[in-house]
Design a protein around this ligand. Structure first.
Ligand code: GRG
Length: 297
């Protein structure tokens, strides 16, 4: 990733260390469990997107940072819950044992619940600091909620889980796969961009540019993830790979094969770059899409 990405990632990383209550008192194990996963590293892609979109709209890092932290809290909750035995039953995440392996299933569920709820408390607190800009903050909070909820990530995950456990009709698999990618993965990537953009009162055309870029980039990100699951190693990825094929998961590679998946990834990347061009004056977003195309983890 380029130097600007790394600079934004470092700022977000620092802020993440201060956004949760300290692990003390009777609930200290819950708080330790939430901190364990939130502070385990990762690419911090979604926080960087929030900050970069806000910056493109002339909004300060200070005003946008709680959105960057909140979206990473929500992303982290989704990873904790996704790794649970009832879902993907994974033991490795971000190069460390998964939350439930360390803290037990019940605490992992509660840590996820807590991170999701705390994210919105964090956002409401920030909106209250800007009473003159309440509309912009409410629209940004709405973008986060829409991305995460029953018409976004959770909905996508539900179809993914349903297809894996119950099987999906073969003639519907292409539509279902698109739905899973657009919601499980792309919704939060698009939501991060929209949250940052909404803070700057965007025009309809600018909102559309961020939305279309986020959608294409998000689906590309998941196609790349499907390719990496089939071709990379557990050491490089920091999570178990090769499981998709082993459990017969509906993925891009399973449905279209490796070569067509790579071609689709390239096509989606170009689509994303075209969509963001009108607002991408310094080409940060285009470069990011290119970097994600060749990502190794
Ligand atoms: C449990 C509600 C609920 C949702 C789970 C995010 C998710 C939805 C599941 C994780 C499994 C998976 C492969 C999702 C696709 C999105 C994805 C590639 C997530 C991992 O995001 P990265 O690569 O992870 O940005 P880091 O660790 O870098 O933050």
């Amino acid at each position: 990733m380029n130097a600007r990405y790394e600079a934004l990632r470092t700022q977000a990383e620092e802020a993440l260390h201060h956004c949760l209550p300290e692990s003390k008192g009777y609930a200290k194990v819950l708080l330790a469990s939430a901190r364990y996963s939130l502070l385990a590293g990762g690419k911090r892609l979604r926080p960087v997107l929030v900050l970069a979109a806000a910056n493109a709209m002339g909004v300060s890092v200070q005003e946008a940072m709680p959105y960057a932290c909140a979206i990473e809290m929500i992303h982290t909750y989704s990873l904790i819950h996704d790794d649970l035995p009832a879902m993907d039953n994974d033991t490795l995440r971000r190069g460390r044992p998964t939350n439930h392996v360390v803290y037990g299933e019940a605490m992992a569920i509660l840590a996820g619940d807590g991170l999701l709820t705390h994210a919105f408390a964090h956002l409401a607190a920030q909106a209250l600091r800007y009473p003159m800009r309440a509309q912009a903050h409410l629209r940004a909070i709405r973008a986060v909620a829409d991305a995460a909820g029953l018409e976004g990530m959770v909905a996508g995950q539900s179809v993914d889980v349903y297809c894996e456990k119950r099987g999906c009709a073969p003639d519907e698999s292409k539509g279902q796969l698109d739905y899973i990618h657009q919601n499980k993965t792309a919704a939060m990537i698009r939501g991060a961009l929209l949250a940052g953009a909404e803070l700057g009162d965007p025009s309809e055309a600018t909102r559309r540019a961020f939305s279309d870029y986020g959608e294409a980039l998000g689906v590309a990100f998941q196609v790349a993830d499907d390719i990496l699951d089939a071709t990379s190693t557990t050491e490089i990825m920091g999570k178990t790979v090769g499981k998709d094929a082993a459990v017969g998961k509906l993925t891009y590679v399973a449905l279209y094969g490796l070569e067509e998946s790579k071609a689709r990834l390239e096509q989606l990347t170009q689509q994303a770059i075209r969509a963001i061009a009108p607002v991408d004056t310094d080409k940060f977003f285009a470069e990011l899409a290119q970097d994600l195309l060749i990502r190794k983890n």
